[in-house]
Design a binder for this molecule. Structure first.
Ligand code: RNT
Ligand code: ZN
Length: 464
């Protein structure tokens, strides 16, 4: 007998717990009506899902894997979803400034969010079909001006109070990023490394303000805000001076991070990059630069999957840098030929990242975030596809027979290690995923798309 509220829970979300759920925990906000519109699972489908799960569970158990336990962990790992997929990194300053900074969004699919309210509504729609716990990752250019226009060097918590109230209402955590692009003072892609003192000072001030906003967010929501610093600075052609910009960057960062902020409220991270469009030859904030900086200051390092040589993955870097840093952040992305920020798919690279997080026992030290932007498909679907893939990859890592693989490795039996690794790829993880989605009260399989299409018809298509 299937109990309502257990399997088949799509039409009946579990009641909101009376105690505040742990940070990043799933929520069921009253204003979220989409969930109620979902077709409930039919009895026979629910039964099939349960039966398939039972068989899968036995198959995994034979290899020493406890799938119930895996699902418990899977639901609790927070994934921070980037605001900027929702509106092509547009933001709401209305400065009429082109994106710049080497960032490029292609496509003009209709229905892009034009206001903070629209972006929030779109994200809630995405959340409604996503299993597991999530955060929302804001950029400073998503500030909401109330009356007077405030420039980046004057931003404060006021411009983010609506975001905070919303996050509080729907019980999610917020992360933050200072915005060092799409601004008249960032033309030519030079900000914190600028030789011009006034320009440098402006951007230092922006960094300081962003950390203050981060701390205010952390305080208001009662959980730590990740503040990620990425700057676009670089040179198109071979520079004559590689040293100057780097030394200025060290100094500028020192000024930005000078003020101690309670790490419970806000943690800072720096994001290296190899090159960008228009900055092909030199990036002062390279991997070595920020690795050294992060280690020397014991702040976080953000590893972006698209920021290295095309054949270089970030998975192998996780256990290496965690030898020297308390925590790191990830920008899970997908580069196609270059740092193109395609929607995250379930690639070998993504699976390798998830394996390193899970198999290395690093889940509590890696802040998983997504970073991509595709304007050629439904943007809400893009959010959902990438976020579901991230969690699918975590599931695959969680149900892998890692104890057995490790045992083979310890015994020097690399033949068996390889053989099992390969055969494990076709174990019935799909049945475990379906069961997980059903238990979480979200659509099973590809059924989520009908909801998003419905949202497109009823909401997005009207945005003209
Ligand atoms: C750019 C970096 C950076 C941005 C966002 C919008 O190459 O990846 O993280 O994508 O800040
Ligand atoms: Zn990034």
């Amino acid at each position: 007998q299937i109990i309502a509220g257990d399997l088949g829970a799509q039409s009946k979300p579990p009641a909101k717990p009376s105690v505040a759920p742990p940070f990043g925990a799933r929520y069921y906000p009253a204003q979220l009506t989409v969930r109620q519109q979902l077709e409930p699972l039919s009895m026979s489908t629910a039964k099939q899902i349960e039966q398939a799960y039972r068989l899968a569970k036995e198959r995994f158990a034979a290899l020493g894997v406890d799938t119930d336990n895996a699902l418990k962990q899977l639901g609790s790992i927070p994934v921070s979803i980037h605001c900027w997929q929702g509106d092509d990194v547009g933001g709401f300053e209305n400065a009429g400034q082109e994106l710049g900074g080497g960032l490029a969004v292609t496509g003009n699919y209709p229905g892009k969010a034009r206001t903070p309210d629209e972006l929030r509504a779109d994200f809630e729609q995405a959340l409604a079909v996503l299993p597991g716990s999530h955060r929302f990752n804001l950029h400073a250019c998503y500030a909401e001006m109330t009356g007077r226009k405030v420039d980046r060097d004057e931003l404060g918590v006021d411009q983010f109070k609506n975001w905070i109230a919303w996050a509080k209402a729907i019980k999610i955590g917020l992360d933050f990023n200072p915005t060092y692009f799409a601004h008249p003072n960032a033309v030519g892609g030079v900000t914190l490394t600028s030789a011009d003192k006034a320009t440098r000072q402006f951007w230092i001030e922006h960094g300081i303000r962003s950390r203050e906003v981060g701390a205010a967010i952390g305080k208001a929501l009662g959980n730590t805000c990740l503040n990620n610093f990425w700057i676009p600075d670089g040179m198109k052609d071979t520079p004559a001076d590689r040293r100057g910009p780097r030394e200025r960057l060290v100094e500028a960062l020192y000024a930005v991070f000078k003020k101690k902020i309670d790490r419970k409220l806000n943690v800072d991270s720096v994001e290296p990059k190899l090159f960008g469009i228009g900055a092909e030859s030199y990036t002062p904030g390279s991997h070595e630069f920020y690795l050294g900086y992060a280690v020397s200051r014991q702040i976080l390092l953000t590893l972006d999957a698209g920021h290295y040589h095309p054949t270089e993955g970030i998975a192998d870097k996780i256990s290496a840098v965690l030898c020297f840093l308390p925590e790191i952040a990830l920008h899970v992305s997908r580069g196609v030929r270059w740092d193109s920020d395609h929607v995250v798919t379930l690639t070998d690279e993504l699976q390798a990242i998830a394996q390193e997080i899970i198999w290395g026992g690093h889940a509590s030290r890696v802040r998983i975030g997504l970073d991509y932007f595709d304007a050629s498909i439904n943007r809400v679907a893009a959010w959902v596809i990438g976020a579901r893939n991230m969690r699918k990859a975590l599931l695959l890592a969680l149900v892998a027979p890692i104890a057995k693989l490790r045992q083979f490795e310890a015994e020097g039996d690399y033949t068996s290690r390889l053989a099992l690794m390969e055969d494990a790829k076709l174990l019935p993880a799909g049945a475990v995923w379906d069961y997980f989605c059903a238990r979480q009260g979200v659509p099973v399989g590809e059924a989520w798309l009908a909801d998003i299409k419905n949202y497109e018809r009823t909401v997005l298509a009207k945005r003209i």
